[in-house]
Design a protein around this ligand. Sequence first.
Ligand SMILES: NC(=O)c1ccc[n+]([C@@H]2O[C@H](COP(=O)([O-])OP(=O)(O)OC[C@H]3O[C@@H](n4cnc5c(N)ncnc54)[C@H](O)[C@@H]3O)[C@@H](O)[C@H]2O)c1
Length: 337
Amino acid sequence: MRIGLIGVGRIGAFHAATLRDLPGVDAVTVADADPARAREVAGVLGVEVADGVDALFAGGLDGVVVTAATSAHAELVHRALDERIPVFCEKPVALDVPATRAVVAHAAASAAPVQVGFQRRFDTGYRAARAALRSGELGWLHTLRAVTADQSPPPAAYLPKSGGLFRDCCIHDFDIMRWLTGRQVVSVQAAGGNRGAAFFAAADDVDTCAALLRFDDDMLATVTATRYNGAGHDVRLEVCGSAGTLVVGLDDRAPLPSAEPALSWRPTVPPYRNFLERFHDAYVAELTGFVTAVATGAGSPCGPDEALEALYVAEACEISRRRGRAVEIDEVREKSG
Ligand SMILES: NC(=O)c1ccc[n+]([C@@H]2O[C@H](COP(=O)([O-])OP(=O)(O)OC[C@H]3O[C@@H](n4cnc5c(N)ncnc54)[C@H](O)[C@@H]3O)[C@@H](O)[C@H]2O)c1
């Protein structure tokens, strides 16, 4: 099987290395808008390199992995679908609702599957929490508390093409809460703050945010995210029910030093520093799933229609933090319709 990968930045280089080592993958070819970077990464990883995206497609591919900047995703996914090639696309699918809807429509009309990179669906902790909820062990949920905290911010150049903190980071939380509970968000109230580098405000973005979500069964959720969590990379979900609670992401490497002197348990290993450490196994699992789907002709475990639902919530939060008022999800659906 020949897999092409487009965009060899932070996540692309990691995914290319994973693909190279997966059983059933005979060749990985990478391309990037920056050809020098593509050549350098290909040399380090020992994979093939194409002289641009046109050359990559011209080489003949069984599957395409899109890890370019978010602003380039939709065009690249359309191109793969035009050529009937199965495609894995990093989240979010596009920067806005109309472009995401266009991908959803194209994918629905195509025989080739589109898998979106919501790797938390492949993470053992989130899967265990989902299974516990489904078994009834947690009772009914009253609250979800989600945290997505990067230890250090991305480069300034990343921000203008990222869609902003809600679409770029919290979209993982919006997706996983829907997936875990099977419920829909109906309204949000969100806020953003900027106490870090000036380049966040210059990009019309925030470095820290918080949102309160109401679901269609009256469950409440809080979602917080920041680019400045000095203690380490902290991605958690507290799943709190009438009969029990489970915390996803609370392990030996969770960056949660306790202020309590009486605590008997102390972490013995360094905290996670970034998403590649925190989700290493989940990233491998999601690409194993993609490669298996390419080999077997199976459907996508996480299509762009799912990504669209998560994007509606991110859009609502973005409107809410700008206007300082609660926003109904239906308002976003209808406004963009
Ligand atoms: N699932 C996750 O946990 C996760 C984590 C990090 C990033 N991401 C997503 O992955 C994508 C890339 O993020 P990153 O942090 O690796 O960014 P990055 O800026 O480090 O890398 C992006 C790369 O894409 C290239 N590129 C941009 N436009 C291109 C185009 N039109 N054609 C070919 N190459 C192009 C750039 O030259 C760069 O090398 C983003 O959409 C981001 O949201 C997902």
